[in-house]
Design a protein around this ligand. Structure first.
Ligand SMILES: [Zn+2]
Length: 386
């Protein structure tokens, strides 16, 4: 029998959009007991990732009527059979606050089990990327509840970590752990971060934590450059205030003697790639982490890659080990970097339209949906709150 609270709710609310750019509506969908390998959580917080905006705006295909939100934490309401411990071996109980991988895989596969790329295995699906009409309906963060589906990876969150620090771990932070691993950062590396949105700020902080001697952040938004200096950047530049040749020269002057050891693209604009490649030293690493949309086309002189022995890597999703490292990074560095300040606005489940607008207009850095306050169908939920 599944471990559960005394009384499961019979239904829960989900913020659904009918088609790209249509307003969100709150709809009720039924709740059932979690099946084998599943858990049911009450969503505590879901932060809006840039990819939620891309999906909503129709920049990439996403099934509709849609449920968005994959950067989520929640409180366990019920555990299905077979879900007893998290990926680190800590026991899971009803009432625990948890994070989990942003994706799940349907079954064993060559890519997952032989090549150790579970995040790229056939049929991989992500929370907040499925139609609301697909059972069990509650599979995104813009809702009161979310089912954690089989072959996801769960981590219990330590007490003392705020929801604001914990929520971006399963997308933003874990992705950056993956990106910086692919960049082969070493003690003493000189690193350039193209784009100081949430990923770029975490990238600067992770680069410093991995031992970088020098981190240079590039962003057109003054407030983000100011934040960059709080998150590990030693220097920041406004790429719109200087031409590419001047920017490359400025970066190379700082990264003596031959240029940057690694350049990390997390701005989503393929036009920055040629200049980024020119900032690298011979044998340097360039990692693409932001150009997530199809048709991100750019003209490159690939002879530069050949001649300078450059390693070019793409990062998309992350390996489950990066989720563990992401949590450990935030826990260990939370007094060094003001992670909590990154989630700078809260919205109710009935304010998703406003939250998406503010996030899209870059009025806020990381908007958080906090569904608490929407009345559930039964009052039993309060009994599982810690
Ligand atoms: Zn994301």
């Amino acid at each position: 029998m599944p471990q559960t609270m005394i009384e499961l709710p019979t239904e829960g609310m989900v913020a659904v959009y009918e088609r790209p750019r249509a307003p969100f509506e709150l709809r009720r969908f039924p709740i059932r007991a979690p099946r084998t390998g599943e858990a049911l959580v009450k969503v505590r917080m879901c932060t809006i990732c840039r990819s939620d905006l891309h999906s909503y705006l129709g920049h990439r295909p996403n099934p509709t009527p849609g449920v968005l939100g994959h950067e989520i934490i929640g409180t366990i309401v019920a555990l299905g059979d077979g879900i007893t411990h998290d990926m680190r071996g800590d026991a899971l109980r009803v009432g625990d606050r948890i994070t989990w991988s942003e994706y799940f895989v349907p079954s064993a596969s060559y890519l997952a089990d032989v090549l150790d790329l579970p995040h790229k295995s056939p049929g991989v699906d992500k929370y907040g990327h499925m139609a609301a009409t697909s059972a069990p309906h509650h599979h995104g963060g813009f809702g009161q509840f979310c089912y954690i589906l089989p072959r996801s990876w769960i981590l219990r969150l330590p007490d003392g970590l705020s929801d604001e620090e914990a929520t971006p771990i399963n997308c933003g932070v874990a992705t950056v752990i993956c990106i910086t691993e692919l960049a082969s950062l070493r003690i003493g590396s000189a690193v350039v971060v193209q784009g100081l949105g949430l990923l770029g700020l975490y990238a600067a902080a992770v680069a410093k934590t991995r031992g970088a001697r020098l981190v240079i952040g590039l962003d057109m938004v003054p407030a983000r450059r100011a934040l960059g200096l709080q998150f590990g950047c030693d220097h920041v530049f406004d790429p719109s205030a200087i031409d590419d040749a001047g920017l490359v020269e400025a970066v190379r002057t700082l990264c003596r003697p031959d240029g940057a050891d690694a350049v990390i693209e997390v701005c989503g604009d393929p036009a920055v790639i040629p200049a980024g490649l020119s900032m690298l030293r011979t044998g340097g690493h360039y990692v693409l982490g932001g150009v997530v949309n199809p048709a991100s086309v750019v003209a490159l002189d690939v002879n530069v890659i050949l001649r300078k022995l450059i390693t070019l890597r793409g990062a998309h999703n992350y390996h489950p080990r990066h989720l563990v490292e992401a949590l450990d990074f935030v826990v260990a560095q939370r007094t060094r970097f003001p992670f909590r300040a990154l989630v700078d606005a809260r919205y109710g489940l009935d304010q998703v339209d406003q939250a998406m607008r503010d996030a899209g207009d870059r009025k806020v850095l990381r908007a958080a949906i906090v569904p608490e306050g929407v009345t559930p169908t039964t009052s039993g939920l309060d009994r599982v709150e810690p």
